[in-house]
Ligand binder design. Structure first.
Ligand code: DAH
Length: 338
């Protein structure tokens, strides 16, 4: 009988179906609009009238049977697929977690923050000047006119004849004094640029500038502030000493050494056996610089200082090559995690 063959065929194919999707396709093949069982019902017209009721009954029974079979198989398939999905997504909550990699402040940023912290404790305010400067602010107003030999001390990147990448944060001294009258206690951190490149020099580095202008400021005030800075930044027993030097914008000018924080002054490789390490340049603000900014040099005096932030970081953390600070190798940087 045709209905029996169809029933067997449908059963076999349905049991072989390996997914809900495949099972649905088998179901459509028999019970769908163009399916085999539907075709039997459509073919009723060609059957002799006296056989029609019996035939129709058989086909309807077949349809109901197959519908029942498909719905129980569908149910079984759904359960199996759900179990497989759950097994695949199983999470072992007792497994150790994957650690997130933590970032850390770059040693230059960290050192800059330390310095800002130390000096703001002494009443300094932070002021930032532009990285692209004019010749006027970077040199001329700092008592370094065009033919001044001190310009050779710093190999400058010029953009035009009068515009350049600042070679020193000292330019900020002028910008601030033009805006603000004394008393002034300014700290100016920032990037500077020089055409210079070896193990201790980089074409881009950072400086921290300081400027104090008020009535009766003396070199003693500078010395006292430097001692305070050295003790806070390096070691509680650090000392400073001043050596005569030359900068066009200060008079007198000094080079400042800090007692070696590694050997305490006895002499070691870091301080090259001298017990002292040069850390910054400083001096009393030159009268001409005050005049250039409209500050009366007979009423006011001041001191200024400038240090390389990379240099301070290298000394403090024992870093022997400045390139480590720009390569951003995480094996180096992660050593500065707190
Ligand atoms: N601008 C100097 C430099 O880059 C550093 C410096 C020296 C800054 C003496 C100062 C200072 O403010 O008084 O070499």
């Amino acid at each position: 009988m045709e209905t029996e063959n169809i029933e067997e065929e449908a059963q076999r194919e349905a049991e072989e179906a390996s997914s809900s999707r495949a099972l649905y396709e088998v179901k459509m093949k028999f019970l769908g609009r163009t399916g085999k069982v539907t075709a039997l019902l459509k073919g009723m017209r060609e059957i002799a009238a006296e056989h029609r009721p019996a035939f129709g009954k058989r086909v309807n029974e077949l349809r109901e049977k197959l519908e029942g079979m498909f719905s129980s198989l569908e149910e079984r398939m759904r359960r199996r697929e759900m179990e497989e999905k759950l097994a695949g997504e199983r999470i072992d909550v007792t497994m150790p977690g994957r650690r997130r990699q933590r970032g850390a402040l770059h040693p230059v940023t960290r050192t800059a923050y330390e310095l800002i912290d130390i000096f703001s404790g002494m009443g300094f305010e932070v002021f930032e000047g532009p990285e692209v400067e004019t010749d006027h602010y970077n040199f001329t107003a700092l008592n370094t006119p065009a033919d001044h030999p001190a310009r050779d001390m710093q190999d400058t990147f010029y953009i035009t004849d009068s515009i350049l990448l600042r070679t020193q944060t000292s330019a900020g001294q002028i910008r601030l004094m033009e805006k603000k009258s004394p008393p002034i206690k300014m700290l100016s951190p920032g990037r500077v640029f020089r055409s210079d490149d070896d193990a201790t020099h980089s074409p881009m580095f950072h400086q921290m500038e300081g400027l104090v202008v008020d009535r009766h400021i003396t070199l003693c005030d500078l010395k006292g502030m430097l001692d305070e800075f050295a003790r806070a930044e390096f070691s509680s027993s650090s000392k400073t000493r001043l050596r005569p030097s030359y900068f066009p914008f200060t008079e007198p000018s000094v080079e400042v050494d800090v007692s070696c924080h590694i050997c305490g002054g006895k002499g070691c490789p870091l301080c090259k056996g001298t017990g002292w390490i040069e850390v910054l340049g400083a001096g009393m603000v030159n009268r001409r610089v005050l005049e250039n900014c409209g500050v009366d040099p007979d009423a006011y005096s001041g001191f200024a200082f400038g240090m390389g932030i990379e240099r301070i970081a290298m000394l403090k953390y024992g870093i022997n090559n400045i390139k480590l600070l720009t390569e951003n190798d995480t094996r180096f940087l992660e050593q500065f995690e707190d």
